[in-house]
Design a protein around this ligand. Structure first.
Ligand code: ZN
Length: 304
């Protein structure tokens, strides 16, 4: 199985259009040790010909152009993208579907509640009906059932509910329903090697910890360094935990969780532009790396 991080920045990317924080400023100045990042998405494939996208970010066009296997093949029209699996109904994880409206119907795999949000409240599916159309495939959570995407027949996918929040536009904000946010376990049936991808994770239960320990590589939420990181940015009401992200530090934080895992390779993705680990020279970055945890970046490829 091939896995490629298309985008390793959280909502807003790095730099964010209106942000002048230390990281965004450093990227704009071209300073060494601080990378620009597009918004959160990962592509997986069994044989490298057809790909499944986890999330469709606002930067999807740029991400396709930066990775030839997603581009058209020899015909006049085409795409290496076989399917899209949004992990939730957040704007930054789904709006990219609107950029793909010129082609064949989009094959989208998501939970019932995500379909509801994308039909009734942020009606991406309804709008696409006037362009390419959507072929929706239901994704069940927590029933121990795998699903498959026919174009990548060797991959077994499993959706696992994770604690986070419903989108800001949703009537379920503050009261997320099962299936509002999923993580994805992907196993290559030929080798038994597996990935777990969870870019929005508000907490790790014992059940989820067992999933993390069962795979060879974990790509997981590194959005915020600390819970009140957004306090200095003019939007102080956005505490990490309240909007559905477990911060890296603090009691029970993501670093503590990951440091306790024995088996998997551990890669953080995405990171918000305010996160100090994005500066490769920071003490926070050194602390992460000293725990054997990697900071993901756009274009990082893993073979499992
Ligand atoms: Zn910034």
């Amino acid at each position: 199985m091939q896995v490629r991080i298309l985008g390793s920045g959280a909502a807003g990317a790095v730099p964010q259009w209106n942000c002048n924080c230390a990281v965004c400023r450093a990227v704009r100045r071209g300073e060494r040790g601080v990378r620009g990042r597009t918004q959160s998405s990962v592509a997986v494939s069994d044989e490298g010909a057809r790909w499944i996208l986890f999330n469709a970010s606002p930067d999807i066009r740029l991400q396709i152009e930066s990775f030839a296997p997603l581009q058209p093949g020899d015909g006049i029209r085409g795409s290496g993208i076989a399917a899209i699996v949004p992990i939730d109904a957040q704007v930054h994880n789904t709006i990219g579907m609107l950029m793909l409206r010129e082609g064949e119907p989009l094959s989208v795999y998501c939970t019932e509640i995500v379909r509801e949000e994308l039909t009734l409240r942020f009606p991406v599916f309804k709008i696409l009906e006037h362009y390419c159309g959507v072929r929706w495939h239901v994704v069940e959570t927590d029933r121990g059932v795998d699903f498959a995407v026919p174009e990548c027949p060797h991959l077994r996918l499993r959706a696992i509910s994770v604690r986070s929040n419903a989108p800001p536009y949703s009537p379920y904000r503050g009261n997320p329903q099962p299936g509002h946010t999923i993580g994805l376990r992907v196993e290559d049936a030929r080798t038994g090697r597996a990935l777990f991808y969870s870019p929005a994770c508000g907490g790790v239960t014992e059940e989820l910890r067992a999933v993390l320990e069962s795979v060879d590589c974990v790509m997981i939420d590194g959005t915020f360094w600390e819970n009140d990181e957004m306090a200095g940015t003019g939007v102080p009401d956005k505490e990490a935990r309240a909007i559905g992200h477990l911060p890296l530090v603090g009691a029970g934080g993501m670093l503590e969780v990951l440091a306790g895992l024995k088996k998997p390779r551990k890669i953080l993705t995405p990171m918000n532009n305010t996160n100090p680990i994005l500066d490769e020279n920071s003490t926070q970055r050194r602390r992460v790396e000293s725990l054997g945890i990697e900071v993901g970046h756009d274009g990082l490829e893993v073979r499992l």
